[in-house]
Ligand binder design. Structure first.
Ligand SMILES: C[S@@+](CC[C@H](N)C(=O)[O-])C[C@H]1O[C@@H](n2cnc3c(N)ncnc32)[C@H](O)[C@@H]1O
Length: 276
């Protein structure tokens, strides 16, 4: 079904789904705040330069004509590609896997370069599903006593839902600068969720550095489209992005806990977020 806003922007309704695996910095709690803001900003092209497991992207209930997601981590992008292209093979390969610490360690010790693309996707999903707190580095096997983290009965339907949702979405594996430049148009909306200040290396040693915040601010100053970014609220970030609108929100960081620790998060954008 189609819905039209007064700006002649076309949106399609879409079924929200949960991300396929937990992820450090995933936006489960902030999604309720961020998604309604995104929906209020007219756009024909929706882009996420730092997709991770897609904590915002997959929970949206509306989509525009064009969507593009990106991550520099080629294991993530390969996993999405395999879900898009070979969901049944992937499901078959996961069907008989049990939830096992020994298997988790074996997978962690296997270099992805020795594997086929499908095996790499299986490895990525198995590790990320079982990793304590959705951690992306120094991963250890997490035991959840209420229910196992990896259950083939649950992951197979998730693969099929993800396959459906990814239809028609561009999936890129570029440094964020290149991705933003390629997709920037006057009717583009970027939602950015970069690594947090102080956690720059959590997603890979050479992907993102402290200097990238300044580079990002400079790049975003010159774009034709609109953007919203979520980031931890620290004085250094406020200073680097002082030329933009800033709005505080409260959330909880939940890595490995039920209730989480209260945390201040900042939304930054080139539109007045308080008016939305
Ligand atoms: C905070 S996480 C995003 C979490 C995501 N919003 C979610 O809900 O799962 C940041 C992501 O940025 C990616 N990343 C880090 N440096 C990057 C770079 N230079 N270009 C593109 N992506 C990068 C990481 O691999 C990681 O997946």
């Amino acid at each position: 079904m189609r819905t039209k806003s007064i700006q002649n922007i076309v949106n399609f309704e879409v079924k929200p789904i949960n991300p396929i695996a937990p992820y450090l910095g995933g936006k489960r709690l902030l999604a309720k705040t961020i998604i309604p803001l995104i929906d209020k900003i007219p756009h024909n092209i929706y882009c996420e330069p730092f997709i991770g497991m897609g904590g915002i992207f997959f929970r949206r209930t509306k989509k525009p004509k064009c969507e593009a997601v990106n991550d520099i981590n080629s294991e993530i992008v390969n996993m999405f590609r395999m879900v898009e292209r070979f969901p049944d093979y992937l499901a078959d390969m996961l069907r008989f896997k049990i939830c096992s610490r020994a298997e988790f360690k074996r997978m962690l010790a296997t270099p992805p370069l020795l594997l086929t693309e499908l095996e790499r996707a299986v490895r990525y999903l198995y590790i990320q599903k079982n990793a304590f707190g959705g951690k992306t580095f120094s991963q250890v096997f997490g035991v959840a006593l209420e229910r196992t983290r990896f259950d083939s009965e649950r992951i197979i339907p998730q693969i099929h839902m993800l396959h459906k949702r990814l239809a028609g979405v561009y999936v890129e594996c570029l440094p964020y600068q290149e991705f933003i430049k390629r997709y920037d148009r006057p009717d583009t909306l970027f939602y950015l969720d970069p690594p947090y200040w102080g956690c720059e290396s959590f997603y890979g040693k050479d992907f993102f550095s402290r200097a990238d915040f300044g580079e990002l601010a400079k790049l975003l100053k010159g774009i034709k489209g609109k953007f919203i970014m979520s980031i931890n609220d620290v004085p250094e970030i406020r200073a680097i992005f002082k030329g933009f609108h800033q709005k505080e929100v409260n959330t909880r960081y939940t890595a490995g806990t039920q209730s989480g620790k209260k945390a201040a998060e900042l939304l930054i954008g080139n539109i007045d977020l308080s008016l939305l």
